[in-house]
Each structure stands twice: as C-alpha cells, then as structure tokens.
Write a protein that binds this ligand. Structure first.
Ligand SMILES: C[S@@+](CC[C@H](N)C(=O)[O-])C[C@H]1O[C@@H](n2cnc3c(N)ncnc32)[C@H](O)[C@@H]1O
Length: 219
C-alpha cells in the first residue's frame, strides 16, 4: 500500500535493501552519523533517571544501536531480513545487551499493542516507507501518552537547483529505495490532523543541513 505521493512499494524496498545490505555500512556510516547521534541523544535524554522501552523503526543494519545508553531497552523492526541479519551480527559482535529483539515487521502495520513503548525512533526511514502518514499513525499508536517520536530525515528543498535535482532523483526512487524529494508538508499536514501530537523540535543537522531532527511528543 502506498500514499498518493510515493513511488515506492514494499517490493521496491525489499529488493533495494537486499541489494544495499552487504555494502550499506560502507556507504552510509559517515554521512548519516551526525543524524543517528542526534536521534540517539534525544532518546538518551529521556533515560537519564530511569530505564525506557524504545522501538527503533527501520533499524536496518543497526548502525544507531551502539549509540543508545544501557538504560534504553531496544526493540528493533525492519521489513528487510538481509538488513536485520547485519544488525543481529552487530549486536552479538558488540555485546549490545540492551537490544531486546530485532524482528521482521512492517512499520505500516506494527503488531505491538497500543502504548507499548516510552519512545519511538526512526532514523532515515520516513522517506523510505511506501506510506509515511500511515507509519506516523502506527508510531503514534504504540508510543505511550507523554512519550516521544524522534525522526531523522532529509526534508526536500522547496525551490531552486536542489529541488530540481531532488525531483530528477525522485524519478529513480524505486531503484534507490528512498524518496529524495520528501516534502515537510507530509509531516506538517499529518500533525495538523493530530491534536494529540505536538512538534517539540525541528533542527537542521550536519553535514550541510542535509538532514533534520524532528521530535514529536504525544500529549
Ligand atoms: C535508509 S535505511 C535506515 C536504517 C537505519 N535506521 C540507519 O540509520 O542506517 C531505511 C530502512 O527502513 C526499512 N524499511 C523501509 N520500509 C519499511 C517498512 N514498511 N517497514 C519496516 N522497515 C522498512 C528498510 O528496509 C531500511 O532498512
């Protein structure tokens, strides 16, 4: 199932990430590290005085997993088994005892009960799923009242050369496995319909302000 603006299907995601899995860490560790660190810092700030239960949506190869404090107890999900297999090896290799489970699951149809987690994190995922609004609905459903949803994303340029480049790349979204032209309005319009969720922070991140940290709070 896809939203009206997406050109990515589940099959595209599965085939793109089966191709990316063996080389993902080589290509995407450095550039996206500041975003993962910022996302993890926002989550760790919720766990300074207590343990929290975190859902990591689209955990991929688990590059962000070592960045969470031991007080953060993590359940990770992803659609791609080849990506999850890399993450499972990382957990064993690095002895990440706070990772409780890594499961194959669709972010658009989570099997967890309502209000199961203190926080949800999704670094670099919303531009990848076929339906971002439905994914946001699911994250909001499983987070407890008072909890946070922390997103890291590339938000598409609205005008200029960058917007043109993103529109051109957007025609190749299915092969790439993500949407370079993702507009803020997808999140903004969703928020406008959700009086129970507020925007707590929206901050540009390095490198070159390419990515944005977004913190949403469930009232
Ligand atoms: C760009 S990667 C980000 C991985 C990781 N969070 C990181 O920071 O490197 C996006 C991940 O989202 C996963 N994904 C895409 N659509 C999904 C869906 N509907 N349900 C669960 N995971 C999905 C992909 O398989 C991929 O592992």
């Amino acid at each position: 199932m896809q939203d009206k603006t997406s050109t990515i299907s589940h099959a595209d995601v599965e085939s793109a990430y089966a191709r990316w899995a063996p080389i993902y860490d080589l290509v995407f560790t450095a550039t996206m590290k500041p975003g993962r660190r910022a996302g993890a810092a926002a989550i760790n700030a919720l766990a300074t005085t207590r343990e929290i239960q975190l859902l990591d949506v689209g955990v991929g190869t688990g590059l962000e997993l070592p960045m969470f404090s031991p007080h953060v107890k993590i359940t990770g999900i992803d659609l791609s088994e080849p990506m999850l297999n890399v993450a499972r090896k990382r957990v064993l290799r690095e002895g990440l005892g706070n990772v409780l489970s890594l499961q194959a699951m669709d972010a658009m149809a989570l099997t967890f009960a309502d209000e199961s987690f203190d926080a949800v994190v999704a670094p670099y995922v919303l531009t990848v799923v076929p339906d971002a609004r439905r994914t946001l609905d699911e994250m909001a459903r499983v987070v407890k009242k008072g909890g946070e949803i922390v997103l890291v994303n590339h938000i598409g340029a609205e005008r200029g050369m960058m917007a043109k480049l993103e529109a051109w790349l957007g025609q190749r979204a299915a092969a790439l496995g993500w949407r370079p032209e993702f507009p803020w309005a997808i999140i903004g319009d969703w928020l406008a319909q959700r009086p129970d969720i507020v925007l707590a922070e929206r901050r540009k991140l390095p490198p070159l302000d390419l990515f944005t940290l977004i913190r949403l709070k469930r009232l």
